[in-house]
Design a protein around this ligand. Structure first.
Ligand code: 3HC
Length: 325
């Protein structure tokens, strides 16, 4: 279906249509599924929304690791609700991408065959309970920084999905910060765990925003189309500026000796992440890439009988062979 759609619209990229399309974007209009759009716009959206959806789904794995080991019943209930929310986010996003002519099954197969990505951050392990705090505080914090502007993205279904997702992400961030507060104000050992989690998640969180603007392949076209509203470096800077005072409040230290306030720019100077590590993770060589992919492949294979059963039922129903419910 996706291939057919690509073929049927490829010939539409004529200069007049492109100019009219760009004028709509520049005027702040939303593009809706049945509107004409350049093939590059459609493909970029499928890549970004699909990658985002996969990230929400894979992102359940590191946190799911702690559901059975949460320290109290209340923490377990909160974590369960958060992980369920992430599944919901994945589903809204797959639905938004489906309006562009690609099915959820096709996107999943592309992920499993290595033709689509998910966020680098989920290739890091959660080794202590404090990591669950650090994920909520830093990872969801970085996700919100990226996703709040996406509520104004030019593609209608994506922007509407982001409105609900952002509301839920802000609860996620607060629950993470709440865990960090408990740990940072707890025993010496708890505070050490909180600091250790910050040390391990700081740079991977900065990497979530993608490569520096000079190395970002897609940013300039995506920003012209208002698929992306802010650049990778702009968002990374905002994230650092927001997070440093929060670390101070927790009395934890950001693991960056170069970090300092720059009065002239009105923001912090900070060290870049190790980009060679980022590229290694994207190539599949992070600490948990192979575990994450194995879990996704197993879930896909284990669920095959359900998908086949539902499809068979739908086909019978369409052929009038099943009594109306
Ligand atoms: N992880 C994996 N791949 C990444 C990445 C990251 N953190 N950052 C960039 N990349 C990839 C890009 O996908 C691209 O590769 P591709 O051409 O094969 O797709 C390449 O690196 C070059 O990067 P660009 O800057 O040119 O790519 P983009 O313009 O797409 O920008 C982005 C990257 C900022 C992540 C953008 O895609 C985006 O804003 N996506 C929507 C948000 C999203 O996906 N968030 C996932 C975060 S996790 C989450 O939301 C779950 C929550 O519960 C915490």
């Amino acid at each position: 279906m996706y291939a057919q759609m690509v073929e049927s619209t490829a010939s539409d990229d004529d200069p007049e249509k492109l100019a009219a399309f760009q004028a709509r974007i520049d005027a702040g209009e939303k593009i809706e599924p049945k509107d004409w759009m350049p093939e590059g716009y459609r493909k970029t959206l499928i890549r970004q929304i699909g990658q985002h959806a996969h990230s929400e789904i894979v992102g359940q794995l590191p946190e799911g690791n702690w559901i059975t080991r949460a320290p109290t019943l209340e923490r377990k209930a909160i974590l369960l609700a958060k992980v369920q929310d992430e599944a919901g986010h994945g589903l809204y996003l797959y639905c938004a991408a489906e309006t562009l002519g690609v099915s959820r099954d096709e996107m999943t197969e592309m992920l499993l065959e290595g033709r689509m990505k998910y966020s680098s951050i989920f290739n890091y392990p959660t080794v202590t309970w404090a990591d669950i705090g650090a994920i909520g505080w830093l990872v969801d914090g970085a996700a919100i920084m990226n996703q709040v502007p996406l509520q104004r993205t030019s593609y209608g279904p994506y922007s509407r999905a982001m409105i609900r997702i952002c509301k839920e992400e802000s609860f996620h961030m607060r629950q993470g910060f709440d865990i960090m507060m408990k740990m940072a104000n707890g025993s010496r050992e708890q505070k050490r765990m909180a600091q250790d989690a910050l040390n391990r998640f700081w740079y991977p969180s900065l990497m979530m925003f993608g490569p520096s603007d000079g190395d970002s392949v897609h940013s300039s076209q995506s920003m012209a189309w208002k698929i992306k509203i802010s650049s990778n470096d702009e968002l990374r800077q905002k994230f650092v500026d927001q997070t440093v005072p929060q670390a101070d409040y927790l009395d934890l230290k950001i693991p960056d000796p170069e970090l300092k306030w720059n009065q002239d720019k009105g923001g912090y100077d900070f060290s870049e992440p190790d980009w060679s590590e980022f590229h290694a993770v994207l190539k599949g060589n992070g600490p948990c890439n192979s575990d994450r992919m194995k879990a996704r492949i197993r879930a896909w294979e284990d669920g095959r009988w359900v998908r086949d059963g539902l499809m068979a039922h739908a086909q019978k129903k369409a052929a009038g062979k099943v009594a109306a419910e």
